[in-house]
Design a protein around this ligand. Structure first.
Ligand code: ZN
Length: 701
């Protein structure tokens, strides 16, 4: 037989199949290095020369594009081993046999099996019988060399890469918003729209403090976000897509936007079953981190701040926080309380009193970190009332400032977005112009091309028109929102702060928002009582001292103060008025619920207080019907007199029902009504004498 001078090939080999194993490590090799593939297939010819027939040759090429580093994912290699093990293979062929397996263990196992199953091995250099000691030694060496070669190659490449990275000169793909200049230095993308988009992105995050809110803001403004295509036929092209949450997080976590160069942020791990897993490393373990390596969109401090913010957000969503409601909770001062003992931010913990969540402010960050007892814990109920009272007192001089700053912020925001949108329109117009020029340049005889270019031009024109319309629409909506609703809301906040604050319909979220508009932070110290230093946004500070909070039991047993107040106010006010007055003074029910018309009625009835109607009757007041009958005039006339100021009306319930009495002596009366006035007063006096009149209580709100 030709090519087999040593006579290794026996008839039992030729009876079995010949297996040709074809592999290229990467897809790129498969695409570009077709010559090697051809050489591998050429081995087929050698097998035929050696005596195998065409039909006996089995080609295994499942592993094209798979790395040879491990056999685990390589189905083709596994199939080959199986065929050898079942003694179906007379010969195994590969371009370089060492390529069959680049992992020594795999390779030696294959050799062992080939020896046992009496299978020959063939490569471009020669023919081997693994059962022969010399051949086996040579094959073993080839495998070892091959593995060593791979290792050296890898180390050299990796070493070069790391060295370059250490100098900050490794030119990897850049994230969107950066390009390499002609000098190889990183610079901001010259495309203004891309730059603006990133600036707006980071500013929005800074303002909203959450990636989700940022994505939402982009969606609401219908802004798209730039994206550079990294592969395929459109490689390098800029596309505009909607911003998504994962991308927002990726951008926020990427230090390059702060101008820092980094390398080795992740570590590769081989899974036991093959495949690779990427593990994120903490900053200290990164191979390279060079701050201020190039220009950026934010400063490094801002970047660190963002990381902290994202971490906090993540912790808010974490399992350990889920027990208490994280953000919608009623704690007024959540997030702005500082511990006066250690300086850490204090957290909120809720406990439940009759279906109501009552906050406690707790300093436990260090406690958790070092497993120590908590630093201090302060009951929130009384504190919040005191802060609310302080705000109600202070808000007037601050009101205008707040209103103005809010409005300023809104205006700035809308102009920012407007600029970005303008840029988008400019780009679309530029593209339309470009399409038009292309259309004009084409030879008119070339119908097909001209038609296509015309269609393209039309498409661009339409996109431009739509964008302009969208902008007009948004602008209209925005101006409206600013001029009417928002302005009114803001002015209302400034004017009606106490009313808004006390309105039970105002959600606690809104109250929190109002507090945040006004207060920078609150520092709390607990010794005998509680001292709270409140720092307002303008920089002024106020200190309030609270007596030690009464225990819940004490409050339950001792509602006398509240009952006394209600009793006093019933002389002059209706239930809902009393509720408003007492709430304004910072009072609540014994259960710490806000006071309402019904709770005042409940107190009045439960403690047997004289109803307001009876009090007014006792003071000699008459209703409309009684007055009109006694005076012999129509009810309309009585109403007229009331309006003319001859009578004084008193609400006695919350349905606008009144009782009437004549005006006091001090009121000057015009000549025409003098006689009438005298008889009215007479009437009241006679009534007054017939009943006991309780002492008049003066109460000024
Ligand atoms: Zn503390």
């Amino acid at each position: 037989m030709m090519n087999d001078p040593q006579g290794k090939i026996k008839s039992q080999h030729l009876r079995r199949n010949a297996y040709l194993y074809v592999r290229q490590s990467t897809l790129r090799q498969v695409l570009e290095n077709s010559e090697s593939t051809e050489r591998q297939y050429a081995l087929r010819q050698r097998a035929i020369q050696l005596g195998w027939s065409q039909e006996q040759i089995v080609v295994i090429d499942n592993d094209l594009g798979q790395s040879g580093a491990s056999a685990a994912d390589r189905l083709g290699f596994q199939k080959l081993v199986a065929e050898v093990g079942m003694a179906h293979a007379g010969i195994v062929m590969g371009l370089e046999v060492s390529r069959l397996a680049r992992n020594s263990a795999d390779w030696h196992r294959l050799l062992e099996m080939c020896a046992l199953a009496d299978t020959l091995i063939l490569d471009e250099d020669g023919l081997y019988d693994p059962a022969h000691f010399n051949d086996r030694l040579l094959l073993g060496l080839k495998g070892t060399m091959s593995e060593a070669e791979l290792h050296v190659l890898k180390t050299r490449l990796q070493g070069g890469i790391v060295n370059k990275a250490r100098r900050g000169e490794l030119l990897g793909p850049l994230p969107i918003g950066f390009v390499y200049g002609s000098d190889g230095k990183v610079q901001l993308d010259p495309d203004r729209q891309v730059q603006e988009s990133l600036r707006v992105f980071f500013e929005t995050f800074q303002r909203t403090g959450s990636a989700m809110a940022t994505v939402k803001a982009f969606r609401e403004q219908e802004l798209s976000f730039p994206h550079r295509v990294h592969g395929g036929i459109n490689k390098g092209e800029l596309v505009w897509k909607a911003l998504v949450h994962s991308r927002a997080l990726w951008l926020l976590h990427n230090p390059r936007y702060a101008g820092a160069f980094f390398y080795g942020r992740t570590r590769q791990r081989h899974n036991p079953h093959g495949g690779i897993r990427f593990q994120k490393l903490p900053r200290e373990e990164w191979t390279v981190f060079i701050p201020e390596a190039h220009v950026g969109y934010i400063c490094l401090e801002q970047f660190e701040e963002n990381q902290k913010r994202l971490l906090e957000n993540a912790q808010n969503q974490g399992a350990d926080r889920k027990k208490s409601s994280p953000r919608e909770g009623p704690a007024l001062l959540q997030g702005i309380v500082l511990c006066g003992k250690c300086g850490n931010r204090m957290g909120v913990r809720y406990h439940r009193i009759r279906e109501r969540l009552v906050p406690d402010y707790v300093c436990q960050r260090d406690g958790i970190e070092r497993a120590e007892p908590i630093c201090q814990s302060i009951p929130g109920g009384g504190l919040e009332l005191a802060i609310a009272a302080l705000l109600l007192e202070t808000v007037t001089p601050l009101a205008l400032e707040v209103a103005l700053s809010v409005e300023e912020e809104l205006r700035r925001r809308s102009s920012e977005v407007e600029g970005l949108r303008q840029k988008h329109i400019e780009r679309l117009r530029y593209e339309a112009d470009l399409a038009r020029r292309r259309y004009m340049q084409v030879d008119p005889d070339n119908r097909l091309v001209a038609d296509e270019l015309e269609g393209h031009w039309n498409e661009k024109l339409r996109a431009h028109k739509e964008a302009v319309e969208a902008m007009e629409e948004q602008r209209r909506a925005q101006v409206q929102a600013l001029s009417q609703e928002k302005r009114e809301q803001i002015m209302a906040l400034a004017k009606d702060f106490p009313k808004l604050w006390n309105d039970p319909r105002t959600p606690s979220r809104e109250r929190k928002r109002m507090v945040r508009l006004l207060v920078e932070d609150v520092t709390l110290i607990k010794d005998h009582g509680i001292t709270a230093h409140v720092r307002f946004k303008g920089g002024t500070t106020q200190t309030i001292a609270l007596p030690p909070a009464p225990s819940i039991g004490e409050l339950r047993k001792n509602p006398a103060h509240l009952v006394g107040e209600v009793d006093r106010l019933l002389d002059n006010y209706t239930h809902s008025q009393i509720a408003a007055i007492l709430t304004h003074k910072g009072m609540r029910t014994v259960d710490e619920a806000p006071l309402s018309r019904l709770s005042i009625r409940h107190i009045q009835q439960a403690y047997g207080l004289v109803p307001r109607y009876d009090r007014l009757r006792n003071r000699g007041m008459l209703n409309l019907l009684e007055l009109s009958e006694q005076l012999g005039v129509s009810r309309a006339t009585v109403k007229n007199w009331n309006q003319a100021g001859l009578l004084r009306s008193h609400l006695y319930n919350d349905r606008n029902d009144c009782l009437f009495e004549p005006m006091g002596d001090e009121t000057p009366v015009k000549g025409k009504h003098k006689g009438l006035m005298a008889s009215l007063r007479q009437m009241r006096l006679s009534r007054k004498n017939s009943s006991q009149q309780p002492d008049e209580v003066q109460y000024e709100v």
